[in-house]
Design a protein around this ligand. Structure first.
Ligand code: IDP
Ligand code: MG
Length: 150
């Protein structure tokens, strides 16, 4: 099933110069970028994005971290995109994340785990709506698509 998922490269990924590496992995997988925006997340938007974690011990630290510098917000499309990106990200705690995953290869701690990816199609829809207007999402054809999708 072709899906869309929301991916956010967190401030640590930007500061560490890992945007190209992570975008390269998603491109290499054959996922198609349909939206990208380099921005600083306002506090209200950060709290809305992470609303499910409100009240948890790490919530204020998480909001501080995610609003601490520019992030790269993206929407990627492809076969089973939501689960596919979650698999590529690896477990939330980089110490539990398998080698070969973004967090497993590139990160040290849960609180600096470089990347966010939607956890369901429903979350993806909500998160994409929080960050992008319709006109910021591109419907486009790639000439390579017949070599990725039969
Ligand atoms: P996920 O990003 O793998 O979906 P969630 O449990 O949804 O993981 O947590 C959202 C984000 O909150 C994590 O990616 C991480 O940045 C942060 N976080 C979660 N648990 C902790 C913690 O125990 N300490 C610090 N930060 C945490
Ligand atoms: Mg989550």
């Amino acid at each position: 099933m072709i899906e869309r998922t929301f991916v956010l490269l967190k401030p640590d990924a930007v500061q560490r110069g890992l945007m190209g590496e992570i975008v390269g992995r998603l491109e290499g997988k054959g996922l198609k970028p349909v939206a990208m925006k380099f921005m600083r997340i306002p506090k209200e938007l950060a709290e809305r994005h992470y609303a499910e974690h409100k009240g948890k011990s790490f919530f204020s630290g998480l909001i501080e971290y995610i609003t601490s510098g520019p992030v790269l917000c993206m929407v990627w499309e492809g076969e089973n995109a939501v689960a596919s990106v979650r698999t590529m990200m690896g477990k939330t705690n980089p110490q539990d994340a398998a080698p070969g995953t973004i967090r497993g290869d590139l990160c040290q701690q849960t609180g600096r785990n470089a990347v966010h990816g939607s956890d369901s199609v429903e979350s993806a829809r909500r998160e994409i709506g929080n960050f992008f207007n319709d006109y910021e999402i591109q419907e486009w054809k790639r000439s390579v698509d017949p070599w990725l999708f039969e």
